[in-house]
Design a protein around this ligand. Structure first.
Ligand code: 4AD
Ligand code: MG
Length: 460
């Protein structure tokens, strides 16, 4: 007989009375005089299936399977459990697949998230990671669904690039040069020329520039994949490798792309509420009181839109003491973002029209000569989850912005050509998957919403 997912057995009443085979890991084992009980988890649901052994009728040897962490295969009959609505399995046979010695680090007790980070290969077997990984999967699939249902083409932008989209120099270098090559090199130019591509290469920080190329042909595209930043900031919100969703829309202006971003966030949060009720209940209990209501209100209410200049005024008049200064022209720090979205508005907010010199070269310059048509979406608890802008479509203005920033125009030749040949207004954004996952689960460290955390000084 084939194994049946525990998720199916526990949700589909037609299994009651049927003989089944299930396989999984024992979470807890409890023995009494006449009966033995195993809580079995196979990863398909947060719930454990109770395996019941009537010792008087059971022929096999139970000693090897009555242990936390062992993997087993169980044959038996599905029956209603004592608790209304639940089912359990009366075991005829339990086969030990893999033993688990007593030094198994996941004993039945509370483990801190910090401790779990030291056992990356085993932490997926906790309820927290079981729930997080399933929500991450559902969220990702909902993102695809949203764009597919709205006429976007999914494109795969390259991981290895020769450009720096955000211009922040946080690039992981890609090279086949060796230490010996470096010692032999006369100068940097010859060192780079002798490298695999014959020019500087790196891991992409954003698929945007190549996404714009695709959008200038396909109209509406999105890319969804890993991006990399050698960001040496040790914060709970920055990872060196993270997933980004980046739509790019031809003919869209800033208000149009804001509407798309808002609908997408609502769509994907609603999907998680509908598809992961057990997981959200778990996170509500373990990580964030009021989580479900918070998410429901995001789906139901309109996001706020606030001009950067007004945000600065609000911060100045707040009477708060911030660690970082507040002044028109300075970037908003996490503490400022959180004050506005948590204390002032209590809901997601698009901050629009940032000063141009604190933002990237590609952003559309507003007529005031000072600001750009850019927005960040901030949410309570996390801060920025989306970076968004209308793109500068004028060849001359774009080129000037690049020259002003000392960029090497040769690296962006193709990108500039888009403005020369049939340029159109267009806009796009990047949503950090881990950031929205933190918001949706209440998990407050980015290291705990990735299967393997990728942060500076930490590669497990
Ligand atoms: O605001 P960012 O830097 O924008 C861009 O990269 C644009 N090129 C996107 C676009 O318009 N296509 O990054 C976008 C989002 C951020 O809002 C944040 O959610 C996430 O990516 N992000 C990070 N997430 C985790 N760790 C990091 N180090 C991140 N840096 C950015
Ligand atoms: Mg940003």
């Amino acid at each position: 007989m084939e194994n049946i997912d525990i998720a199916l057995i526990m949700s589909d009443k037609s299994y009651i009375g049927r003989e089944v085979v299930v396989a999984g890991w024992v979470r807890t084992a409890r023995d009494s005089k006449n009966m033995a009980f195993l809580a079995l988890n196979d990863g398909t649901t947060l719930k454990h299936l109770q395996i019941v052994v009537n010792k008087a009728e059971y022929a096999g040897d139970l000693s090897g399977v009555m242990k936390n962490g062992v993997s087993v295969k169980v044959s038996g009959k599905v029956v209603p459990a004592l608790k209304e609505g639940d089912v359990e399995v009366n075991a005829d046979k339990i086969e030990l697949l893999g033993d688990c010695p007593a030094d198994y680090p996941l004993q039945k007790k509370y483990h801190s998230m910090e401790f779990l980070r030291t056992i990356p290969a085993l932490r997926p077997r906790t309820n927290t990671f079981n729930a997080m990984l399933r929500v991450r999967s559902k969220l990702s699939f909902a993102i695809h669904r949203f764009f597919q249902e709205n006429g976007f083409t999914y494109v795969h932008t390259p991981i290895i690039t020769g450009s720096d989209c955000e211009g922040a120099g946080e690039i992981f270098r890609v090279t086949t040069n060796t230490y010996a090559d470096a010692l032999k090199a006369k100068d940097e130019d010859s060192y780079i020329l002798g490298d695999f591509f014959g020019r500087k290469a790196g891991l992409t920080v954003s698929g945007q520039l190549e996404g714009e190329v695709a959008a200038m042909a396909m109209g509406k595209i999105y890319t969804f994949g890993p991006t990399f930043r050698a960001e040496n900031s040790n914060t709970p919100r920055h990872a060196a490798e993270f997933w980004q969703v980046e739509p790019e829309v031809a003919f869209a202006k800033l208000p149009d792309i804001i509407k798309i971003a808002e609908s997408m966030i609502k769509y994907i949060i609603k999907a998680v509420l509908d598809e992961c009720p057990d997981e959200i209940a778990f996170f509500e209990n373990a990580f964030e009181k009021g989580l479900r209501d918070k998410l429901q209100s995001v789906v139901d209410s309109e996001f706020a839109i606030l001009d950067y200049a007004d945000a600065i005024e609000i911060l100045k008049k707040s009477g708060q003491t911030f660690q970082y200064p507040v002044e028109w022209g300075l970037d908003l720090q996490s503490e400022h973002e959180r004050y506005i979205t948590e204390q002032v508005l209590g809901k997601p907010v698009f901050i629009i029209n940032y000063p141009k010199h604190i933002k990237s070269f590609y952003m559309k310059q507003n007529d005031d000569g000072k600001t750009v048509a850019a927005t960040d979406l901030l949410v309570p608890g996390v801060g920025e989850i989306i970076g968004c802008s209308e793109r500068e479509e004028s060849y001359d203005k774009l080129k000037a912005a690049m020259v002003e920033r000392g960029m090497n125009l040769a690296d962006y030749e193709g990108y500039l050509e888009l403005r020369k040949y049939g340029t159109v207004p267009h806009s796009g954004y990047g949503l950090g998957l881990e950031r929205i996952l933190m918001y949706v689960t209440g998990i407050n460290n980015i290291r705990d919403v990735q299967l393997f955390a990728r942060t500076a000084g930490d590669l497990m």
